[in-house]
Every structure is written in structure tokens, then in C-alpha cells.
Design a protein around this ligand. Sequence first.
Ligand code: SF4
Length: 638
Amino acid sequence: NDASDRTEPTGTTVCPLCAVGCHLAPADGADADGRARGVAGPANPNGRLCAKGANAFESVADPDRLTEPLVREDGELVPTDWESALGRAADGLRDVAAAHGPDALAFLGAPHCSNEENYLLQKLARAVGTNTVDNRARLCHDNAAAALAERFGYPASTLGMDELAESDLVLVVGANPAIQQPVAFNAFVRGGDADVVHVDPRANETTRAADAHLAPRPGTDALFFHAVAAELLARDAVAESFVAERTTGSDAYRESLADVDAVRAAAATDVPAGDVRDLAERLAAADGVAIIAGTGVEADGGATARALCDLLCLTGNVGRRGAGFALFRGLNNEQGATDVGCRPDELPGHADVTDPAARERVADVWGFDVPAEPGLNEKEALAVFGDAIHGALVVGENPAISKRDADWTAERLDALDALVVVDVYETETTAHADVVLPAAVGVEKTGTVTNLDRRVQALAAVADPPGDARPDFETLCDLGTRLVGDGFDYDDPREAFDELRDVSPVHADVAVGERWGDDYRERFATPDGRAAFAPVETDVEVAADGLALVVGSRAGGFGATDATADDRLHLNPADADALGLADGDAVIVHGDGARLETALTVEDGLREGVAYLHADVADPLVRAGTASVEVTPASDAS
Ligand code: SF4
């Protein structure tokens, strides 16, 4: 099937605000005022939208939108025409490559840009001669995605969201889908018959819809799930034929679990052995078990995500309907941006850039050779702006915000010889740019996005961009043609999608509207077709000092009622008391050289020993790699 032949949905597009991928259209009526109406689609079968999605058109008429290209003259950004701005952008990037070589350039894409835009950006980077191309989406669920790739072959959910309605047991781990992905949670989890068990250090809206809540001590989630697995083994509640036929490595895995002692595990995790037994019983009794995981499983380098994959394999709950691992991503095209190769180590379709056969496959279509060495990721690149990297093309990303401290980042950005930023608004990053190119938002574009269950869905331009703003796809075609020449002259995103299907094995047979990689039923996408068990680490050191930092998800889909999306530090009442702090007090949170000032919320639903911050404010600490923090009253600051 040829994607070019697909039928575009008329007047209907995909919600740009979270990775569920609900269908919507502008609301009828002259006074609709930026509101959307839901249209039934695979992710929103009832045609409902959440509160956020209902306002999906708000940004269209936002008076703060960028409406004309800007170039820096005498230190000031001044308006100009597209021709001059594109010429200046291409000259600046070309000069850097000429002076320092292509690896002196960095290309940063974004999870809210379309598949075709991210595809074009990574193709441009590779055509120029560097693999230093990345997007922020890669960071959000990187460990869980890597665990899924390692165990089952693809860094993606193994089952469709609709299958959650057929599950007997849904285990929600480190996620709050009732708020973050509300339409999926309501339609498929609450709309089904499954028991819901929520595992999270913080009781939240999902907990209220759950049958049980477990809150292991932060840092011990993996051990907790190993203890559940050990309990399943002790009960002989293992799907032996599945393990024998569809997995490898189970003997070594089982042996490593022999070290798990229920009493010691209960002490370390702070979850009573009875609750471990209860969860093992539920897992053994359920006919279909699905796991929903969010950013809460990211903190331990993937150990929790791997432990969850092991539980699914042990009980035969992957590779069949109603069972599997749903990676509940946040940003609308987080899955797609990495699927199409916008990362420094992978070509389109999650092909390893160091694999000569993969490079040859894309070179045959693209007509140029791809560099063989992986490039720098976003964090690594930013750290060498002005040293090894001298020019950057930033599309829809805002690295100036939330990366270490603002002064450090401003210095790095100012150290570039050429900074070209494509965005919808002026941002902290455009403030340092030499050229700023105004972009369209999702509802003003055509192309495709890929939602959290791997479904590729068509966007339709149901609104016009303001002024001279235009879709990134057109901007990247023009920049590519100026910088590289041939290979960037597309009439339409559909041509780029067809090309993607030629270079990416996972997209090859996928029509728009379908899910890629849906072949887990017969064999996994690992080299031998089997899911891979591996021995687990059961010695867990529980940090004695400080409060464990727990970071809430940045995911889109926040409704007006989202109690989690604030900029405060949350502490359990006992911890606040011990520190002599009260609700509303100004506090400083610090760890590993990073710090931030905020106010305190004292919250009953949080377990003791946890410092909870929303991702938007926690970034300086996250970037510093902080696992535990100290909290002091702001009045103590010098
Ligand atoms: Fe659906 Fe997410 Fe949009 Fe809400 S924000 S309408 S859940 S896609």
C-alpha cells in the first residue's frame, strides 16, 4: 500500500497535546474561541476529549506567536523576509561546517514535531555529515524504552491501548494516566473490567481509581518486583510453556532470584511481605496482565522496567491480546520522533548507526553515505557548545530552559558561531539565536505523528498559521536544499513518509492509520525472535541520607484540574515536621551542586522520605543526576 494514496481525514486532526493521539476538529460556531470537539478515533472511541484537548486550538490565535522571520543585526533580532532569513541560516551553518567540519554542528528536533519533520531533520544532519542529532523525547522514557528494546526488540509499547480493556489486571507503575493520558485511561482501563494496582510513591488521581496501592521505598521498585517474581517461582505460578517456547535465559534469571529473601526485601522496600504475596496472587490468577509504565520507572537506569518485562514473561503475559507492556509516553510524537531516527545512535526504524548494512540501506535511498560513528546526544552536545560544537539548528526545542543553570546555558548558546532556531514562540533559546524562523503548530500542519501505541496517524491542517509562520517541513526542505542540494525537494510530507517507508524496516508495511511493529504475536523483534531474560541484581543499597527525589511526569494532557502540575516541593507531613517546615514555607532544594527555590506543599498521600517535584521545575536537579536532596528553609540562605 502506498501512503501517498491514503485518504486524509477532512477537517479532522490529531490532538497535539499528549501521546494518546485523540482525533479532534475545530469546534463549530463563531464563538468556539479556540475550542476543539472530539471526533471518534482509535484512541478516543467515544469521541471524547480531556479538558486539555478541548482547548487544543488555543495556541492558534495566541497573540504571542512568532509571525515573521527574525535575524540578528547589531545585537538585536529584527524582522526580515523568508528568503533573507533562510540564506543567513544556511550561510551560518555552512560556514561552521567549512571551518570546523560537519561534527561541529548539532541538530535538535522535538517530540511535538511531526514524523516527517523529524525525519527530514535527521536526514539533513546526516547529509551534512554528522550523527549529532537528537530530540528531547529520547530522554523522557529512555530507560524503559531501552529495556523494551532489549527484551522484546522494539523501544515501544508491546500492545495496543484498546487491548487494556481486555486485560484482567492492569498494573500502573510510576505513572498517573488518570491525569496524564486521561482519555486512554478512562476509555480502556476504567471502561474495561480489569483490576487496577497502582505502584507509586505518591497517591494520586490514578490511585483513586485503583483497587490497590503500593508505595515501595524510592530506589527499591526493582527489588520489589523481583520479590514478586520470587514469590511466583515459589508458588510454581510460572507459564512454563511460554518461558520454554518464547524466551531465553530463564535459568540464569531464576538462579539470580534465589537470593531474594522475602523478609529482607520487605525491610528494604518497606512493602509488607503480605502485599507482595497479594500481588503475586493477582498476577497468577489474571488471564491477561498489562503494565502501564510512566516516567516513574526511569530513575534506576532501567532496572524496574526490566523487572516488569521479566514479570510479564514469567507469567506469559506478552505477545497476546490484552497482555503486555504499555509505555505511557507523554508528548504527542515522542514515539515517532525517535522512530524516524532523530537520535545520535539510530537511523530510521531503530537501526543501529554502527551497523554497516543499515547504513547501506539508507545510503541506497538517500544517495549519500552516513557517518559510521554515533553522534553526541543533546546533553553531551550542549556541554561542548563553543568547544567542539560551533553551530546548531534547533527545531522546536528550547535547550536554554531547564538545563543546569540558566547562566551556564546562556553562555553555551552564546559561544556558538551560528544558532538557528525554528519555533512557534520567542523562547529563552531564541534570545541567543542569530536567525529565528516562525513555525506552525500541530493543528496547522499535515504529515503524521505516532502515538504511544505505535499508531501512525495523519495530521490535517485545520487552521492557518499566523502571518508568515509556516510548517517546519517547508522550512527544513528549504534549508536542506540550500545546505546540501538534492534530496530535500519534497512537494508534500507524504513524499517524505513514502521515503521513510523505503529506509525504515518498521515502517515499510505500515499504512497511515495503522500501528507499526505489531508482530509480537508470533515472534519478538529480537535477533532470535525470543524475549530475553537476564540475571537480576538483588542487592539494593537504600540511601540513608536525604530525601529521595521523585519527579512527576512532564507529559502533556494536563487538565485544569491537574493537581500535580505545580512548581512546589511536596513533602509528607512527618518529613516536613522533622525539618521544622510548614505548608507554604519558602524552601531551597539542593543536591549534587544543583539547587532551586520554591514553596512547600505538605501532602498526606506522599510516602515518607520522598521529595516530590514536577518535572518542569525539577530539571536542574535531574540534569545534575541527583537521586536524593536536602531541603532547607529559604530563610537560611545567605
Ligand atoms: Fe486525548 Fe491526550 Fe489530547 Fe487529552 S491531551 S484529548 S488524552 S490526546
